[in-house]
Write a protein that binds this ligand. Sequence first.
Ligand code: PEP
Length: 251
Amino acid sequence: MKRQQIAAGNWKMNKNYTEGRQLAKAIADGMDESENLAILGVPATHIKAVSGIVKKVANLEVAAQNCHQAESGAYTGEISVSMIKSVGAKYVILGHSERREYFNEGHELLAAKVNTVLGKRLIPIFCCGEPLAIREAGTHVAHVKKQLEDSLFHLKKNAFSKIIIAYEPIWAIGTGVTASPQQAQDMHKAIRALLADKYGATVADGTSILYGGSVKPANAKEIFGQPDVDGGLVGGASLKAADFLQIIHSF
Ligand code: PEP
């Protein structure tokens, strides 16, 4: 089964509304219909406008960067999956290391968010990855295995098969340090083996596993060229249209 190859951008808390629309428009204008899927992970305030802009490009979609786990209710300041869906996003980034670290998002909460996103028929882009100390201790596969077990492996096969995984070693996010193509490949292969153990080879082979951590135009081709790397989740380099387009063109 051919896996979907994806270049996803994560704008984080960058770009005001006008700047965001300009960036989305420049990316949409630079994309060719024959290209792989690209996803723009934009601030919630921008989803509706960016969805309108990307509509004319078949292989360009929008993601939210977070959601609340409840369907609705008295949660001042939060945003539900229904709200996200109603303004045109099809994906939700969950479990980003910044949300885990700065907003104390743990395994149980992330499992609840995964359920809510899937329940509304949106697609989670589920982030996992180890801090530097774990990498140096050599226990990174076990660390990521636990993240997957605790927040995803409660899902039945059919539900799990909708998930996109983003492996993002924390030591490579926003640091300029990239995992080597071999390090990325080794981890992606290990993740795919974990998926095969749990859900069988067909699901494992069909799951897109993206690499995130200082992907740039200069390194995207080599990283995306690894057999188990199905694209990238890109932070800093997704904020410049020319750079992100070059990354999209790197497959
Ligand atoms: C990210 O935030 O998911 C990320 C990978 O950031 P960067 O590309 O800037 O390292």
